[in-house]
Design a protein around this ligand. Structure first.
Ligand code: CUA
Length: 300
């Protein structure tokens, strides 16, 4: 009932269990007493009304017990809240950027990823921000959640106790792709993490564009394996025949370099038929655009 999958999970579970348990106990006690009173003091058994004066002992008991119960709730809430809010000094910082519609993680050494890799048994501090609208990072297994707000830094920390892969959701409605804004926390053994952390990311000319597609959040909506997501897949995009809608008129085109460039710079100007017009405008430098277009050409 109380999870120890992370240092935070058990604390939240305990508070939750206490409050739920108390509520159930009180519900049963109060309801039973009500039903008992209905039967015991009904009009047939008590034809004549009688005045009852207060009872000091009952009043004292009914004041002290709830105060204690509520103070325990306050204690659990306060101590665990301050524990959850204050990351230990030696926590590994990871910058988390939410964007429509993907999560992006950046480590101290500059390493970037779209999955949150962390070592087991080490505190990790997440510093959250957003590139566009308000998102909210939620890791249900660890019972932690925090908003990612544009122009602001918010914090969250945890220490995972068990190896494995756990869901990350966005829990702030952020537009059409909200339900696709998923990622994972991958808890790795220290050795495996160190090896991953020290390894350089995908390098080389053609991979730089791919890395950009990932970093800019494009892969939140477009796949590279042929599956349909919110937008058309990038697989085999170059030279593909598409029906597009330009200023309300449908026409057929063959995807070429000029089309790809325009699609990045003026999203939705030529909208591929069958997809919603929701692509946000991404800031890209001319060099980045070149790299992206050349990567798209290579995605056969
Ligand atoms: Cu991001 Cu919902």
């Amino acid at each position: 009932m109380i999870s120890d999958i992370s240092n935070t999970a058990g604390k939240v579970d305990l508070a939750f269990l206490y409050i739920t348990g108390m509520s159930v106990v009180l519900l049963v006690l109060i309801t039973s007493f009500m039903v008992y009173s209905l039967v015991r003091y009904n009009v047939k058994r008590n034809p004549r009304a009688e005045q009852t004066e207060g009872n000091v002992a009952t009043e004292i008991i009914l004041t002290i017990i709830p105060v204690i119960l509520v103070l325990v709730m306050f204690y659990l809430g306060w101590t665990n809240f301050s524990y959850l809010r204050n990351a230990p000094k030696d926590a590994m910082p990871v910058t988390v950027k939410g964007m429509m519609w993907s999560w992006h993680f950046e480590y101290e050494n500059g390493k970037q990823n779209d999955v949150l890799n962390v070592p087991v048994g080490k505190p990790v501090e997440l510093v959250l921000t957003s590139a566009d609208v308000i998102h909210s990072l939620y890791i249900p297994a660890f019972r932690i959640k925090e908003d990612a707000v544009p122009g602001m830094k918010t914090h969250l920390w945890f220490q995972a106790n068990e190896l494995g892969s756990y869901d990350i959701f966005c829990t702030e409605y952020c537009g059409t792709g909200h339900s696709h804004m998923l990622s994972k926390v991958v808890v790795m053994a220290q050795d495996a993490f160190d090896e991953w952390y020290a390894s350089s990311g995908p390098a080389g000319k053609e991979n730089k564009g791919l890395q950009l597609l990932q970093d800019k959040g494009c892969l939140g909506c477009h796949t590279v394996d042929g599956t349909k997501k919110i937008g058309p897949t990038f697989k085999g995009i170059f030279g593909r025949k598409e029906t597009v809608i330009t200023e309300g008129k449908e026409h057929e085109i063959i995807v070429d370099e000029a089309f790809l460039r325009k699609a990045v710079l003026q999203p939705g100007a030529d909208l591929v038929k069958g997809y919603p017009k929701i692509m946000p405008k991404m800031p890209v430098t001319p060099q980045e655009l070149d790299a992206i277009v050349s990567a798209l050409k290579d995605l056969k």
